[in-house]
Write a protein that binds this ligand. Structure first.
Ligand SMILES: C[S@@+](CC[C@H](N)C(=O)[O-])C[C@H]1O[C@@H](n2cnc3c(N)ncnc32)[C@H](O)[C@@H]1O
Length: 311
């Protein structure tokens, strides 16, 4: 019977030859998936024998990875913002850099909840209108669900204090988003609506949105073919942002004057090369709105903030 060490050595060589830049890591994660253990157990028990069924599951997984399929689709799971999300070809795999969008949104929501409970006096949060949030282009729901889970951890009651509308043009992606919301018990206070950006009539009686989040497609069409092969397994509609990558972002910017409340804020994940073109698009459409770009942990401009002035 082959040992963990034997299988890892062979698979690492094969995955490296197939072009994976993370061959060893891929092999460890996939072997963990095949034997039903986490990666640390795999690394710590190199001499342990691997049963025939697990070795056969591992062989299938390695073959799929050799063909370029992302590890997250093979495992059917991706960790994001400390939670495990179901990941499959219905939606883009959530990326670690998008966690910054969740953190920024959480801060915006908490600021507004604090303001409202101050204004509502003794009724506190319970006496105030909910903060209305929309995650536009929710894909598998990672941003919306992670935000709802983080709010719950701060004792925010979904539905009563905060509502989250999650939209996508892809019905399949929305099904996955609903499944992820149910599995994290965050579906209360969330709505999933199939729409081109936003529905013509907003839920909750058309209440304006206080915080809009969007990780929309922003890859330039001519750059799609140059992406790593793993991206070719993801829906193209989740990636392709048109000629300059900003077609869908611009379309949402155009909708903001009709849907964003006064003092409302919209947060967009953008490409690292869009730190100038994205805020320029805002200024062109809404010259009196405030806009800024924040860097991510690597110092790259990845988060566009757009704020509607108050009265
Ligand atoms: C880059 S993916 C991001 C998915 C998810 N927000 C995340 O961060 O993992 C973009 C998503 O936007 C959706 N999308 C693209 N154009 C859209 C549109 N016009 N209206 C609604 N959703 C759209 C795609 O179907 C895809 O799910």
């Amino acid at each position: 019977m082959a040992t963990i060490g034997d299988l890892l050595a062979d698979a690492t060589d094969r995955l490296r030859a197939a072009g994976s830049e993370t061959a060893r890591l891929d092999a460890e994660v996939l072997l963990g998936f095949a034997v039903g253990a986490d990666r640390t157990a795999i690394v710590a028990h190199r001499e342990a024998p691997v049963g025939v069924d697990a070795a056969s599951r591992f062989e299938d997984a390695v073959r799929r990875r050799e063909a370029g399929e992302p590890v997250a689709y093979i495992r059917g799971i991706k960790e994001f913002h400390g939670l495990a999300f179901v990941a499959d070809a219905r939606a883009l795999i959530p990326r670690p850099e998008t966690e910054g969008l969740v953190d920024a949104a959480l801060a915006e929501v908490m600021i507004r909840l604090g303001r409202r409970s101050g204004e509502a006096g003794r009724g506190g949060r319970d006496g105030a209108d909910p903060v209305h949030v929309a995650d536009v282009g929710t894909g598998g729901g990672a941003v919306a669900v992670a935000l709802a889970a983080a709010l719950r951890a701060r004792r925010v009651e979904m539905g009563r204090h905060v509502t989250i509308l999650a939209t996508d043009r892809s019905a399949e992606a929305l099904d996955l988003a609903r499944e992820n919301a149910v599995s994290h018990a965050t579906a209360d206070g969330m709505r999933f609506i199939e729409a081109d950006l936003l529905p013509p009539v907003l839920p909750d009686g058309g209440a304006l949105l206080d915080v809009v989040l969007a990780n929309l497609p922003y890859v330039r069409t001519d750059a799609i073919d140059g992406l790593p092969i793993a991206a070719s397994f993801e829906p193209r509609a989740a990636l392709d942002g048109g000629e300059d990558g900003l077609d869908v972002v611009r379309a949402l910017l155009e909708r903001l004057p009709d849907v964003l409340a006064e003092d409302g804020v919209a947060l967009f994940e953008i490409g690292a090369d869009q730190g100038e073109s994205a805020p320029a698009a805002v200024t062109e459409l809404m010259p009196d709105w405030r806009t800024s770009v924040a860097p991510d942990l690597a110092g790259l401009p990845r988060l566009l903030r757009v704020e509607r002035p108050g009265s």
